[in-house]
Design a binder for this molecule. Structure first.
Ligand code: UQ1
Length: 400
């Protein structure tokens, strides 16, 4: 039941999963060999890969919308348009794969069925859960209503919450871009920029954290560790933070706005992505409990592993490839520089290029802004890009 509960709780924006019971008021019965829940990066990449293994007619995807989320920090900073981040689900859906244009209402892993919000029941032989991760602003007292009180000037406070998050670098990327924006527009002297993070470190991987500490010092950005946002008083333009090392001790700061995220996870094996309780269920991406940063690059690597795991299981063989937690976070540090962090479950750097990636570089900014979107739309989503692992091995051959 615990696993059921965890499965049930994976519900991103637009996808609501309510009760778990086996009765159904199904108006149409459908069955697929492979049912994919979610049409984001993981769902679309896996449906393209599953189509290759078993034919399009055996694959269905339940999905409402699709966004290219890696560009959102740059949209926030005004460097890209929001329109450039969205594409219709129809345009990314692999041809021939059945697109179920509904929301997931219930997952019943005991009976291998899923119910959608229009009352239909779909049964499956294998299930891939790729439902993403939902933002829960309401977990902070005073949010989301507080967003209706916009004010510019004074303290700009960026926060990293005490919960699982999507890309762990995003809250500080938008801080660097805000700093750059204020400098560009001559308003930096009037603002005090603060980064309040619940973590005991600025970044989980020491190599990149060291480089980022240099940047925050240089740019006069104030960092407070182990500091967690608990309340926003929008009318008074105040935010309340707790000191995680001294329970009960809070600080009130005058603010413009702040951000927070919250999620629950699908319980999968961290090496092969198979559900820990239901062997015909798999998970990929933000909705899983894989203990790594939730990024498109992580989904790329996971898609290659999950492809292999499912191919092996279909042949009654044991999964053999192991996911090492590879993830990448292109840390945008200004309007033309990026630190390209790449690392594994253990926080060990796993860099692709034979140059020091902890250094801020223009080249890496172009990689992120001009190259990655192509790799995403034409590689990852078509099931052709499984992350840079093979190239990393080739480029580093003989260097060790
Ligand atoms: C990546 O594979 C990927 O997915 C397509 C991204 O997101 C969209 C990335 O930002 C990065 C950095 C990678 C990793 C790829 C290389 C070549 C380092």
């Amino acid at each position: 039941m615990a696993a059921l509960h965890r499965l049930r709780q994976c519900h991103p924006a637009g996808i609501a999963i309510s009760h778990l019971h086996t009765s159904s008021r199904a108006s149409a019965k459908q069955h697929y060999k492979m049912l994919v829940l979610g049409g984001g990066s993981g769902g679309i990449a896996m449906s393209a890969r599953m189509k290759r293994i078993m034919g399009a007619e055996n694959v269905a995807v339940v999905s409402p919308t699709h966004y290219y989320q890696p560009i959102w920090t740059l949209v926030g900073a005004g460097a890209k348009t929001v329109a450039s981040s969205g594409r219709s689900t129809a345009s990314v859906m692999p041809s021939g794969v059945k697109w179920v244009k509904s929301k997931v209402q219930e997952i019943n892993p005991a009976t291998n069925t899923v119910r959608t919000d229009d009352g239909n029941e779909i049964s499956y032989e294998y299930l891939i859960v790729a439902l993403g991760l939902q933002l829960h602003y309401e977990k902070i007292k005073g949010l989301p209503e507080g967003f209706d009180h916009p004010k510019i000037g004074g303290n700009a406070v960026f926060t990293f919450p005490n919960t699982p998050v999507k890309c762990a670098g995003a809250p500080q990327k938008i801080m660097y871009l805000s700093d750059a924006f204020l400098r560009k527009t001559g308003k930096r002297a009037r603002a005090n920029i603060v980064y309040n993070t619940s973590l005991p470190v600025l970044f989980g991987v020491k190599k990149y954290a060291d480089a980022l500490w240099d940047i925050v010092k240089q740019r006069d950005l104030q960092v407070n560790l182990r500091t967690n946002l608990v309340e926003v008083r929008a009318d008074k333009q105040e935010a309340v933070f707790e000191n995680l090392d001294k329970p009960g001790e809070t600080t009130v700061i005058e603010v413009t706005y702040s951000l927070s995220l919250k999620s629950w996870m699908v319980d999968v094996n961290k090496e092969n992505l198979q559900h820990n309780r239901y062997p015909n269920v798999f998970g990929i991406g933000d909705c899983t409990n894989l203990p790594t940063s939730k990024t498109g690059a992580a989904v790329a690597a996971q898609s290659a592993i999950l492809h292999r795991t499912i191919s092996k299981i279909l042949k009654n063989e044991k999964p053999d490839w192991k996911y090492d937690g590879y993830t990448s976070c292109p840390l945008v540090t200004s309007y033309n520089t990026v630190i390209l962090a790449e690392f594994d479950y253990n926080g060990q750097p796993l860099e692709t290029f034979p140059i020091n990636q902890a250094k801020e570089r223009r080249l890496m900014y172009h990689m992120k802004v001009d190259v990655m979107p192509h790799l995403y739309w034409h590689g990852l989503l078509r099931g052709l890009w499984g992350g840079p692992e093979p190239y990393r091995k080739l480029l580093h051959l003989g260097m060790k």
